[in-house]
Design a protein around this ligand. Structure first.
Ligand code: PDD
Length: 330
């Protein structure tokens, strides 16, 4: 059997330890790195792919044994909802908020019959079965309208939804969190129910690939001159010390990380406003960041080739990163 090593964090940590001791003037950096280092879990030597255990329609099974029907509406139409939840050292972060959003997505899509209440037990079981109780991981949940002969309208009420849950080791992006990333702006060609976390993600996939081909880490959407959100993240800007992010409308996903960041602003006394950010004002921002479950709080230092502020993560971003790191390790 061939063993695959999927997660190693130690090399990156060591490199940053050296860099931080050299830059004593930047004490915040040492704090953030300290929190990250405390959060570093033991290296996870991932088991053989055949041994990866997932949950599929009521059963735990090796991933390779799962057979999804070609009639599944998730496969045929992208007809389903999903969630991604981080686990830090075996503990799910903001699980309740993710499950509530999943309930909202399923309700909006009129997908009935899935027991969202059971998901936290399933998640805990998967963490144990995959030996991820002390490492960082990302949980993926997908619920589709089930398998039925292809027909656009819903199948009859007897069709059970398809429920899939999997967990994979997660490698934190220490270098990107510290240095920041580049983004590109792209037209928002998505539908107008972006508040639903739907499986159908073609415009997001196309935008993300465009970013990758431009050497950027994220594509951020612009709708009618307004910055909405990224292909898989929410977006924030800082204008004169005030954090601004798009209001919670149908044009964005109400990100769990976005909610946490607004709570942290409240706690830290950072002024914030949920209002639209016009593309033409973007260059006036002193700091930009993207937020998400796997992205956490990511500084943006370049947009379409122009530099944000002095090209380094700014003070508001760093304060939030530090508070976020403390929260996930609490
Ligand atoms: N993406 N906006 C979009 C379009 C997203 O897909 C996501 C999450 C977010 C941030 O939401 P949260 O903070 O709840 O993760 C905003 C997930 C992680 C993904 O698709 O992998």
């Amino acid at each position: 059997m061939q063993l695959r090593l999927l997660l190693t964090t130690n090399g990156a940590d060591d490199r940053y330890a050296v860099e931080s001791s050299a830059g004593s003037a930047r004490s915040w950096k040492a704090d953030v790195i300290g929190a990250w280092r405390r959060s570093s879990r033991p290296t996870h030597r991932f088991r053989d792919k055949l041994d990866v255990i997932v949950y599929f329609n009521g059963q735990f099974a090796p991933k390779d044994d799962v057979k999804v029907s070609p009639d599944d509406r998730g496969f045929l139409f992208g007809d389903g909802a999903y969630e991604v939840i981080r686990s830090y050292g075996g503990r799910l972060f903001k699980a309740k908020e993710h499950f509530e959003r999943l309930q909202r997505s399923l309700k909006a899509l009129r997908i009935d019959g899935a027991s969202v209440e059971r998901l936290s037990d399933i998640a805990r079981d998967l963490i144990q079965r995959n030996d991820l109780g002390t490492t960082d991981a990302a949980l993926y949940i997908q619920i589709t309208r089930g398998a039925a002969p292809r027909n656009h309208a819903f199948p009859d009420g007897q069709t059970p939804p398809t429920v899939y849950v999997a967990i994979t080791p997660f490698q934190p992006s220490h270098q990107k969190w510290e240095r920041g990333i580049k983004i590109i702006l792209v037209p928002d060609r998505r539908w107008t129910r972006c508040d639903i976390k739907a499986v159908a993600l073609l415009p997001n996939v196309m935008a993300s690939q465009q970013a990758k081909e431009c050497g950027a880490a994220e594509a951020v959407f612009v709708r009618d001159g307004v910055i909405t959100e990224g292909s898989h993240t929410n977006f924030c800007a800082v204008f004169e010390g005030q954090l601004v992010t798009h209001p919670r409308t149908h044009h964005i996903l109400a990100g769990v990380t976005r909610g946490v960041v607004l709570e942290l602003c409240e706690k830290l006394g950072i002024p914030y406003q949920e209002s639209v950010i016009h593309q033409e004002r973007l260059r006036e921002a002193s700091e930009l960041m993207i937020l998400g479950t796997t992205t956490e709080i990511m500084p943006v230092v370049q947009v379409d080739g122009w530099q944000v502020g002095d090209g380094k993560p700014g003070p508001v971003t760093v304060r939030l990163q530090r508070a976020f790191a403390e929260l996930v390790n609490a």
